[in-house]
Design a protein around this ligand. Structure first.
Ligand code: AMP
Ligand code: GLY
Length: 416
């Protein structure tokens, strides 16, 4: 009989949650993770291969008889890992680098939305500082300025003053501190935000339950934008009707549009959406599972995720069944994040936590777990409802002792 061996690419909390979901499948015999992390190592065999080393990843899959590979991070997609695996006839879940441009190029995403009538903020694209600044200074605040390229969630500035806007444009277009300069300036949208992740296979869409991320660093949605400081699922203030509108007016047209453009998408199409007075609109698309949303959505999935991945790769129908309970997670981050921070602080108390802990940026040294990234770990708890889950998650987070971590105490507030 054939052994089902799965390789997960990535090293964060998202990949930890994917590995955990796969480990619940009775059909999966063995899980590998490249490169993985200290938490993932408990559930999978970690292999020292970087996420962008597509040659080494595909060789590993060939040599070890991997039957399914699942891609976590955008960097691996942009490096063409799916293209390479497909060339070699290896099964992989994720979009090609051309299809992943829906995330990696804000300009491509905006063009797609314009062409297929998907509601989003209107925008202008700039390559030069002078005309960009001229445009922004003559428009109302807040100014929304986005770096066009991968910037790990940190390439967006919502400037409340012209000074802040000017500095952001300078950073992105003059100093090239992000790399090659190009920005999208767009209208400011207001309303509650939510994350709608859908598994997509060409024109087929398999929606996941909704989640809400918390992008700002500090309580009360203050401070700079981060990769995400906490999340919960489901999202009670988004009605089924709004979700269905989002599915029919946003996700399906984009999936169909990508097929029409000759860049058919297989993987997770993540809509970062905002519920405005005019209905749901798109803030951004990602071509992968969200982090930290995955850590609160996958634990609620009753269906076997291995079946879901295979159904998507083969373009077969599949209905996902969900558990009704709520899951809420709090990210513990290094002091200073999303700016510069120190690493190497020991994390204690993990053995006392009864909820699930997803490692995001940790390292193991002689049996001790140390901080090794900006976002270090996410502590999650399940509850009958969100209030219950929030109370438990806060209790669990307080059990973790470390000299250099901070976290938000108000995750889930918008829903309570
Ligand atoms: P993004 O990386 O594009 O999701 O942007 C990060 C955050 O910036 C979003 O979660 C929003 O809170 C905010 N943002 C981005 N675009 C807009 C917009 N057009 N209007 C208002 N807020 C925005
Ligand atoms: N949580 C936002 C993202 O994954 O980009």
């Amino acid at each position: 009989m054939q052994m089902n061996k799965v390789l997960v690419i990535g090293s964060g909390g998202r990949e930890h949650a994917i590995v955990e979901a796969l480990s619940r499948s009775p059909k999966v015999d063995r899980i590998y993770c490249a490169p993985g992390n200290a938490g993932i190592a408990v559930l999978a065999e970690c292999v020292k291969i970087g996420v962008e080393d597509v040659e080494a990843l595909s060789e590993f899959a060939e040599e070890n008889g991997i039957t399914l590979t699942v891609v976590g991070p955008e960097a691996a997609l942009a490096a063409g890992v799916v293209n390479k695996f497909k060339e070699k006839g290896l099964r992989i879940f994720g979009p090609t680098k051309e299809a992943a441009r829906i995330e990696s190029s804000k300009e491509f995403a905006k063009e797609m939305m314009e062409k297929y009538n998907v509601p989003t903020a209107s925008y202008r694209v700039f390559d030069e500082f002078a005309p960009a600044w001229e445009y922004v200074r003559n428009r109302p605040l807040p100014a929304v300025i986005k770096y066009d390229g991968l910037a790990a969630g940190k390439g967006v500035v919502v400037a409340l003053s012209y000074e802040e806007a000017e500095n952001a444009l300078k950073d992105m277009l003059l100093d090239a501190s992000f790399g090659k300069g190009r920005v999208v300036v767009e209208d400011f949208l207001s309303g509650p935000e939510f994350s709608f992740m859908c598994v997509v296979s060409g024109e087929k869409v398999y929606p996941l339950d909704l989640a809400q991320d918390h992008k700002r660093a500090y309580d009360g949605d203050k401070g700079p934008n981060t990769g995400g400081m906490g999340a919960y699922s489901p999202v009670p203030f988004i009605s089924d009707e709004v979700r269905d509108i989002a599915l029919e007016k946003i996700i399906r047209p984009v999936a169909k549009g990508l097929v029409k453009e000759g860049v058919s998408f297989t993987g997770v199409l993540y809509g970062g959406l905002i519920l405005t007075d005019e209905g749901p609109k798109v803030i951004e698309f990602n071509a992968r599972f969200g982090d930290p949303e995955t850590e609160v959505v996958l634990p609620r999935m009753k269906s076997d995720i291995y079946d879901l991945f295979n159904a998507a790769i083969d373009g077969k129908d599949y209905e996902i069944i969900w558990n009704p309970e709520a899951v809420l997670g709090i990210v513990l981050a290094s002091n200073g994040y999303p700016g510069s921070y120190d690493k190497g602080f020991e994390i204690k108390g993990l053995d006392k936590v009864t909820g699930s802990v997803y490692h995001m940026g940790t390292a193991e040294k002689e049996g001790r777990i140390l901080t090794a990234g900006g976002r270090v770990m996410m502590v999650t708890a399940k509850g009958e409802n969100l209030r219950d889950a929030q109370g438990k998650a806060l209790e669990e987070a307080a059990k973790i002792q470390c000299d250099n971590l901070f976290y938000r105490k108000d995750i889930g507030k918008q829903a309570l």
